[in-house]
Design a protein around this ligand. Sequence first.
Ligand SMILES: *[C@@H]1O[C@H](CO)[C@@H](O)[C@H](O)[C@H]1NC(C)=O
Ligand SMILES: *[C@@H]1O[C@H](CO)[C@@H](O)[C@H](O)[C@H]1NC(C)=O
Ligand SMILES: *[C@@H]1O[C@H](CO)[C@@H](O)[C@H](O)[C@H]1NC(C)=O
Ligand SMILES: *[C@@H]1O[C@H](CO)[C@@H](O)[C@H](O)[C@H]1NC(C)=O
Ligand SMILES: *[C@@H]1O[C@H](CO)[C@@H](O)[C@H](O)[C@H]1NC(C)=O
Ligand SMILES: *[C@@H]1O[C@H](CO)[C@@H](O)[C@H](O)[C@H]1NC(C)=O
Length: 346
Amino acid sequence: MRSSIALALSTLAATALGTSYENRTLDEIHQAALKEGDVVTLWHGGDEKTQQDRLKKAFEERFPGITLNVTVDLSKYHDGRLDDQLANKNVYVDSIILQTLHDYPRWKDEGALLNYKPRNFANVASEFKDPEGAYYGYAILGWSTSWNTVKYNGSLADFSDALLPELKDKLIFTYPNDDDAVLYAFDLVVKKLSVKWFDALIAQNPTWVRGSATPGDQLALSNTSYVASFASGGSSGPNKNTSRPTDAPFVTWPQTAAILKDAPHPEGAKLLHNYILSDEWQFARTGWTVRTDAPADFPNIFEEKNTNVTNFLPWMLDRPNVERIRFWYETRLGTAQGISPLDDDL
Ligand SMILES: *[C@@H]1O[C@H](CO)[C@@H](O)[C@H](O)[C@H]1NC(C)=O
Ligand SMILES: *[C@@H]1O[C@H](CO)[C@@H](O)[C@H](O)[C@H]1NC(C)=O
Ligand SMILES: *[C@@H]1O[C@H](CO)[C@@H](O)[C@H](O)[C@H]1NC(C)=O
Ligand SMILES: *[C@@H]1O[C@H](CO)[C@@H](O)[C@H](O)[C@H]1NC(C)=O
Ligand SMILES: *[C@@H]1O[C@H](CO)[C@@H](O)[C@H](O)[C@H]1NC(C)=O
Ligand SMILES: *[C@@H]1O[C@H](CO)[C@@H](O)[C@H](O)[C@H]1NC(C)=O
């Protein structure tokens, strides 16, 4: 009796929440998406227009007839524009994948997101997903330390290495007050190595730029005038080395994806989300993954030293704290200067 009541209640709960589970194969979803149209619109966070070209190419080759209409822009701008779409009841984006993790619980509460569990949802670590499937991490991003190997032969692995005298005038960083993940990265280091360390860093006369990829892209050039950075992504290549610092924590987070409840191309969006969680995308390159069932040679983000991949969400959710820290940096560095990183040369 009791168990049948429990069963009835859980069925009721599932119906009320309206979560749907995907059982179809990628090819079956592809066919459904083709019936619906020939495009799926994705807004992805980032600071170079070409940053999602690999995903676009792979998706379009795998699923002929569907264009991945992806726009990369800073997550902090994408989210406000999506809020406008929601306010005007004019949602034309199908899928949104951002760094601004604090937006997702709010959008879920507002009823803006589709409760939907792609295949492999069960294999996504519980830390990265909403239990009803409104949103989930699909990739682990992180920034450590990096240096140009043409300009420097040794290792600049630790944050304290940035204070070496030979790096005076040779450091390049993204303004922490222009990007919350960079802000978090600096916050982690300053909390550990002290304000004194940060004052000494400023005395090194670093160059501050816009765009979290800009320093890393600079350091990948053979003829750059810079030598080192941290808290930056950007290109890899033969002229650049990176390392995981040991003297303070570095930033990692699950880049988080959701389908809009009013998406004009729901089948296309489902196709995209099933694809980015599939073995063929997740396991194409060895590295951190949101999935708990990765091949044995994949590194496990939860075992990584000096980073806590689950802490970025609570940090981002505390907006008063984020604002306080942002302005702490802004009083020292001034407002971020320069054109949009999407339009600069690097
Ligand atoms: C998928 O399968 C599960 C159980 O295997 C079932 O409960 C669910 O209704 C199915 N979903 C769809 C969309 O068919
Ligand atoms: C592609 O995305 C842009 C930006 O979101 C949008 O304005 C445009 O209408 C989309 N194109 C198509 C064909 O859906
Ligand atoms: C690095 O080492 C190589 C080979 O030993 C040497 O040719 C080069 O000048 C060194 N570069 C620097 C910046 O010290
Ligand atoms: C990168 O630096 C590490 C030391 O942190 C060193 O062991 C490794 O050989 C370097 N790799 C390249 C390609 O220079
Ligand atoms: C570096 O080389 C590229 C072309 O390879 C050139 O466009 C650029 O101006 C050079 N930069 C510097 C700082 O010399
Ligand atoms: C990582 O961060 C989460 C969220 O703030 C916290 O619950 C957890 O205790 C942290 N883990 C470690 C090992 O510090």
